[in-house]
Write a new protein. Structure first.
Length: 140
């Protein structure tokens, strides 16, 4: 599966401390090939943020990623949609079929979110409930 020199990534284990070592002994079951198009820094950021987003949506919130038709009837508000976990969560939620609303405070963050599958952006400096309601979403 792996050979010497492969670029890999992993999130580690919650019961072991992390490290900043060039070499580590790691259980191969928690390791994957890092995407070639990502830099080393980007690869290092992906596992934990991706797992956190995945577990939040599909394990904690019990959203069924395979039920896109039903999910299209649902929406989700993701706080800080341009942050580490938020930027992954918005894209996963979109893939699952949800209507994605995210918060941003700066124009650059709003533009970034809209270019990464966020359907609507609300300003976290303002009343979130009012903004979401004004978009036509009601608590249901």
């Amino acid at each position: 599966m792996f050979k010497q020199g492969d670029k890999v990534f992993y999130a580690g284990a919650y019961d072991r401390p992390g490290s900043d070592s060039e070499y580590q002994a790691v259980d191969e079951r928690i390791v994957g090939h890092a995407p070639k198009q990502l830099s080393i820094a980007e690869s290092a950021a992906m596992p934990l943020t991706s797992l956190t987003a995945w577990e939040s949506l599909f394990e904690q919130m019990n959203i069924n990623i395979n039920d896109v038709d039903n999910n299209r009837k649902q929406s989700i508000l993701i706080i800080n949609g341009s942050g580490g976990v938020g930027s992954i969560a918005t894209q996963l939620a979109h893939l699952a079929g949800l209507k994605v609303i995210a918060t941003a405070g700066k124009a650059e963050a709003k533009a970034w979110e809209l270019s990464h599958w966020v359907d609507y952006v609300v300003d976290y400096h303002e009343d979130l409930v009012k903004q979401v309601n004004d978009l036509g979403f009601k608590k249901g």
